[in-house]
Design a protein around this ligand. Structure first.
Ligand code: PXL
Length: 261
């Protein structure tokens, strides 16, 4: 049977990030994608014009509908908006026998907040502990741990600080540094440094969602965490290279580049 992957995240009406990026990535990588929508954003290439979260019962009901009938081989989380939703989703994941990829989404590419400040402590103490892999970028590392990363030399300290909260693995995404796009994957003993050349392309909307969904797709297919992350990094690097202009602002990564190679 085809591996089934569930994203628990927000909708991006512009189709570049969020649920839409997740499902496109899953299609490209050969798994069956399913969604639990936590929030709806009115969004385009210029930014987020509005955001509305769903009631916690609506999130729980979607999750139970999918998991209890269809079943999942991996779960990925993205925008969770509020402390109440973070805590409900953490509880749902902890009762599910499948690996989880937690992308601790804080703000959008344009700097719009996708998570209430009052939810940060719930992310630290409820959601990170149930993650198989957490995938923070450097802004999220700073927000969650207070560790500021200015160079590759700081990535190990950032990883240690996130691991304190209990995820099995952490992937620190160093893409906001200058030079090569360098990420560090570690479980506190094994260390995997992933390096890709920087593509000079401003159309990078949806990068984080795409990477986390690709990791979840690999885990659902039975790959180990290091193999799933390595494959996901290759997929997102190709998607960034092929990112294209849409609207007047920042365009999306190309989730479909894989189909043309
Ligand atoms: O990349 C983080 C993210 C997650 N979820 C939604 C988003 C974004 C970024 O724009 O819109 C819905």
């Amino acid at each position: 049977m085809i591996p089934r992957v569930l994203t628990v995240a927000g909708s991006d009406s512009g189709g570049g990030a969020g649920i839409q990026a997740d499902l496109k990535t899953m299609l490209a990588l050969g798994v069956h994608g399913m969604s639990v929508i936590t929030a709806v954003t009115a969004q385009n290439s210029l930014g987020v014009q509005g955001a509305w979260e769903l009631p916690v019962e609506a999130v729980r009901a979607q999750y139970r509908s999918v998991v209890d009938d269809i079943g999942v081989q991996a779960v990925k989380t993205g925008m969770l908006a509020s402390a109440e939703l973070v805590e409900a989703v953490a509880e749902l994941i902890s009762g599910t026998d499948a690996p989880s990829v937690v992308d601790p989404v804080g703000v959008s590419k344009h700097g719009d907040s996708l998570l209430a400040t009052s939810a940060l402590e719930s992310v630290r103490t409820k959601l990170l502990p149930v993650a198989t892999v957490a995938t923070p970028n450097l802004d999220e590392v700073a927000q969650l741990t207070g560790v500021r990363v200015d160079s590759e030399d700081d990535l190990r300290r950032a990883a240690e600080a996130v691991l304190e909260y209990g995820p099995r693995w952490v992937l620190i995404k160093g893409g906001h540094l200058s030079g090569d796009a360098v990420d560090l994957l570690t479980d506190g003993s094994a260390e995997h440094w992933l390096r890709a050349p920087r593509h000079d392309n401003r159309h990078t909307h949806g990068t984080g969602c795409t990477l986390a969904s690709a990791v979840a797709s690999g885990l659902a297919k039975g790959l180990s965490v290091p193999d799933a992350v390595t494959a996901a990094k290759a997929y997102v690097t190709g998607a960034i290279a092929a990112g294209f202009a849409l609207g007047a602002g920042i365009g999306p990564v190309d989730h479909g580049w894989w189909f043309r190679t």
